[in-house]
Design a protein around this ligand. Structure first.
Ligand code: PXP
Length: 244
């Protein structure tokens, strides 16, 4: 059996529900504690420029109370850099961000934004955070991540999850190829976005992947079965895929 695959639980959408009422319930920090109890190896939170879900206060509290690593997702902006340098999260995942998008659509253009990213990655690394770039399964982007000195890349699985049939099978091959390439070149490979019980197995079975980050589906499923049950089931499917 290959090494255990880590699960990072993204708690953004607990905050989305909280913010719908502008009150304190449901508290994403409480969700993080339940996620850890259920087997999450880390907690992921995306502080968006428009603060539509996670707030600055959530990040401050998570940094103080979490017993597992915090993976802080952020856009490559000066404002977010300043926040990350203040809190020094275990990991920072740089993501592209467009104000109007519903969720992170597509990966970061690491190749096209080389100079801007170089300065941000160096500052985060010097501050002790492990930097990850959220990119599409594309060799040019992996090469850019390598030349930028990012130790980790997270491959965007959203397209894979949205596709069906032959197109999905082709996207899976593209992801496998990219993961093998990145891993052989020395990058730690993560994956995430859009994963559910129905789509996690083939991604979790890719042996070089070390971590999956999953949010929306787990929070949605929690409405019906509870967060702990949803995470335990996701963990079971991931472990089963790894053991196969
Ligand atoms: N990984 C990254 C980099 C993301 O931006 C997101 C969404 O915030 C996820 C993983 C989790 O995606 P989902 O909520 O669709 O599971």
């Amino acid at each position: 059996m290959s090494e255990t695959l880590r699960l990072g639980v993204n708690i953004d959408h607990v905050a989305t529900i909280r913010n719908a009422r502008g009150i304190r319930h449901p508290d994403p920090v409480r969700a993080a504690a339940i996620a850890v109890r259920a087997g999450a190896d880390g907690i992921t939170a995306h502080l968006r420029e428009d603060r539509r879900h996670i707030s600055d206060g959530d990040i401050a509290t998570l940094t103080d109370v979490l017993s597992v690593p915090l993976n802080f997702e952020m856009a490559a902006t000066d404002e977010m850099l300043e926040i990350a340098l203040r809190h020094k999260p275990h990991a920072v995942c740089l993501v592209p961000e467009k104000r109007q998008e519903l969720t992170t659509e597509g990966g970061l253009d690491a190749a096209g934004q080389h100079n801007r990213l170089k300065h941000i990655i160096s500052a985060l690394t010097d501050s002790g955070s492990r930097v990850s770039l959220f990119i599409d399964a594309d060799q040019a982007q992996l090469d850019a991540a390598l030349s930028l000195g990012a130790p980790v890349t997270e491959i965007h699985t959203g397209r894979y999850c949205d596709l069906t049939g032959e197109a999905r099978a082709e996207e899976l091959e593209r992801i496998k190829k990219a993961v093998a390439y990145g891993s052989a070149a020395g990058l730690e490979m993560h994956a995430g976005h859009g994963l559910s019980y129905a789509t996690v197995t083939d991604i979790a079975a890719i042996p070089e992947i070390k971590e999956l980050n999953i949010g929306h589906f787990l929070i949605g499923e929690a409405i019906f079965h509870g967060l702990e049950t949803a995470i335990v089931e996701m963990r079971r499917l991931m472990d089963e895929a790894r053991a196969a």
